[in-house]
Design a protein around this ligand. Structure first.
Ligand SMILES: Cc1cc2nc3c(=O)[nH]c(=O)nc-3n(C[C@H](O)[C@H](O)[C@H](O)COP(=O)(O)OP(=O)(O)OC[C@H]3O[C@@H](n4cnc5c(N)ncnc54)[C@H](O)[C@@H]3O)c2cc1C
Length: 419
């Protein structure tokens, strides 16, 4: 009996469970394999929908489905948070006291946006990263906002969806234009990076649009604290700005179970091989998506593409095959820029993001993603994704020469600072 346990029923965990259930269908039916998915919540949110909830007034209910609707019937869903992962015992303990043993483990516990990490941030700022309800509070505040300074601040990196702070600024500009009060609102964008978007080529597209729309930018602004009473945000560098409405991207860290089990780095992210997605130093243990420490953007597309690699590699290991795959670092993060246009931040470990022209087609592709997300989780859109994304993985036997790998690692490390 080969037991696979997946911890985390978000984007990557759900998709990996479905892929494995499909690949191992006969083995599961024959009692030779099992796929167990351990999750915290019955409800599964489509997180990119938070932007629409915050800045376009969509209902949070629009972007949530029940996890059980999304899973193949051969996946056993265990709604019972994991409290300990024990690599030595090859087991996962849950809050209710169950112990699940595994032959293969996939860690897909995501990243946790945590406003409490910055003094005053939880009290002084709203955000669209901690969920649909918190995003809705932004929309409610915007309804009664009649003028003044709105600040969008990045209060910690890395965070989910690197383009989302810029997107928020663009969406705010559009919102206030529609309400006819744009001339009464100053929009300010505070970033710890040296330019409006971390990757230079993308910043060259964003910067003139920010200028044209009158979105002011302060670079090298590392948020230190917020004073909600004074309505001021302070940087480590000694700058301070007054705000009337503060929308901040909170610092993120790994899931509590990773921290409590002592299997993460300082930020609680799981040290993971960036190609095969194996957890460093472990056998039969993989990690995907936002939970990993690999230098690539924390995005659903990444979690999805890594899931394909991990499901393949687990089946290969079960069959004692050396036919393993490596993920090539492909990312594709959309950014709405207003006027029904969008750009895509696309790259791999070895090719940094390239220039982009804002386009209406990309805008509609981005918006259609909300509709296809649910179907993408059951694997039925893989052919279409293969066509769209191009190469996203390669067989380990075709591994690039060591010299090329050094270049890739350097590019990836550079991307950690700038992606
Ligand atoms: C505002 C916003 C906009 C975004 N836009 C985009 C976009 O346009 N494109 C894109 O690709 N990505 C986007 N993303 C990012 C994307 O949503 C995430 O990167 C993606 O969901 C990561 O998948 P994951 O499986 O790694 O983590 P998640 O989907 O976050 O899932 C992690 C799961 O682990 C569970 N978990 C945690 N701890 C435990 C535990 N102890 N026991 C059991 N389960 C546990 C959590 O409850 C959660 O269900 C956006 C995110 C936000 C917030």
């Amino acid at each position: 009996m080969q037991r696979v346990v997946i911890v985390g029923s978000g984007d990557g965990g759900t998709f990996t469970a479905n892929l494995l259930a499909s690949e191992l269908r006969d083995e599961i039916h024959g009692g030779l394999a099992s796929v167990q998915l351990v999750g915290e919540h019955l409800h599964h949110p489509f997180q990119p929908g938070n932007l629409d909830i915050a800045f376009k007034g969509a209902s949070p209910d629009k972007y949530v489905k029940e996890e059980t609707e999304l899973l193949r019937k051969d996946v056993e869903f265990i709604q019972d948070p994991a409290v300990k992962i024990d690599f030595k015992a090859k087991s996962v303990s849950t809050k209710s006291g169950r112990t699940l043993t595994y032959d293969f483990l996939v860690i897909a516990t995501g990243a946790v946006p945590d406003p409490s990490k910055v003094p005053g941030l939880a009290q002084g700022a709203l955000n669209f990263h901690t969920g649909g309800k918190d995003s809705q509070r932004i929309w409610e505040s915007l309804q009664t906002f009649d003028g003044g300074t709105v600040i969008v601040a990045i209060a910690g990196t890395p965070h989910k969806c690197p383009p989302s702070p810029n997107e928020a600024a663009f969406m705010l500009d559009e919102f206030f234009q529609k309400r006819g009060i744009r001339d009464k609102v100053k929009i300010k964008f505070l970033t710890p990076y040296p330019r409006p978007y971390p990757a230079e080529k993308i910043s060259k597209v964003v910067e003139p649009m920010f200028q044209e729309k009158g979105i002011e930018v302060s670079t090298f602004f590392n948020v230190d604290s917020v004073d909600p009473a004074e309505r001021k945000i302070y940087s480590l560098e000694g700058e301070a700005f007054h705000y009337d409405l503060l929308i901040a991207i909170p610092p993120h860290h790994g899931a509590d179970v990773i921290i409590d089990s002592g299997i993460g780095d300082q930020e609680g992210y799981v040290p993971t091989d960036k190609g095969m997605m194996k957890v460093q130093g472990q056998v039969g243990v993989y990690a995907i998506g936002d939970a990993t420490n690999i230098p690539v953007s924390k995005s659903g597309v990444v979690a999805h593409l890594q899931s394909v690699v991990v499901a393949h590699n687990i089946v290969a290991e079960m069959q004692q095959s050396s036919d393993m795959l490596e993920y090539n670092g492909r990312i594709n993060c959309p950014m709405e820029v207003g006027a029904r246009k969008a750009i895509f931040v696309s790259a791999t470990y070895s090719s940094p993001p390239v220039d982009q022209t804002p386009s209406t087609i990309k805008y509609f592709m981005k918006r259609s993603f909300a509709m296809i997300y649910w179907r993408a989780l059951n694997g039925s859109l893989e052919r279409m994704f293969d066509l769209f994304f191009g190469q996203t993985r390669f067989p380990v036997k075709d591994k690039p020469e060591p010299q090329k790998q050094v270049v890739e690692v350097k590019a990836a490390l550079g991307e950690k600072k700038v992606a």
